[in-house]
Design a protein. Sequence first.
Length: 311
Amino acid sequence: MTETARGPPMTKVLNLDAPPGITALKRAKRRRPGLLVANAVILLLAAMAVSTILTNPRFEWGTVGKYFFEIRIIKGIGVSLGMTAVTMLLSLVLGTVVALMRMGSSRLMATVAAAFIWVFRSIPMLVQLLFWYNLAALFPTLSLGIPWGPRFVTFDSNSLLGPLTAAVIGLTLHETAYIAELIRSGLLAVPDGQRQAAATLGLTPGQTFFRITLPQALRVIVPPLGNELISLLKATSLVSVISLADLLYSVQLIYAKNFQTVPLLIVAAIWYMIITGLITLLQQRLERRLSRHTLIPAERAGKVKGSEHSL
């Protein structure tokens, strides 16, 4: 028998640029008409919502634009941002101290830290604001001196604890309790082997904390801390009950005179959304910067395959 001539073997052309399974994924999407229907319904509802908001004359967008950059509202935004920044800075410092006390070897300090967290997480923020604002009812005067001894300096509580001071104290104590738990969870997420290895290398406890433990813990702390910052910004609106001229209180003062309640509340809502969006962008940039030296397995595998294809 003679062997028939055969052509060159057929080669299968592979698309090395496309990730594995992308073709199968596209085919699976084509086979799911329910997904297309759901997307169409969502787009329809979104279009209806936007059309209603833009065409309903009761929203009074002209009034919204008129008061959007009103000087009292801009000053109120400054007060809200200032309180947020000062409170978050103080809460980070105090929260770190409380978290280290809770994790320390001293049982007394750990108990005090746990009690602090329990108390100030249990009491609502609004109650704390009202309490500190009315502290003069309990202590008409505040003084510095030796316990059960002479007093060196005495202050009048009403003049010392104004609305701004009471707001900062109440917000700081409330946030410190939550941030202490965030920091503690982040520190506990770092394996003990890291600290043991640092001690083997001769690093001091301070060097181990700032060079080894804290950089790794920040990747766990930053995402919930960003959410806590956004919650704090929105919680500053509660200070309006103690007549502090933040963003919400400034809006309330205006619509109390012109009775344009809804348009001015929309102004406040839009400003809160803008500031929250900026904080979210900064949080995402910080998260990417902290995780720039880490690579998830899927991404690492993709880069390895890409390098093989290039060869």
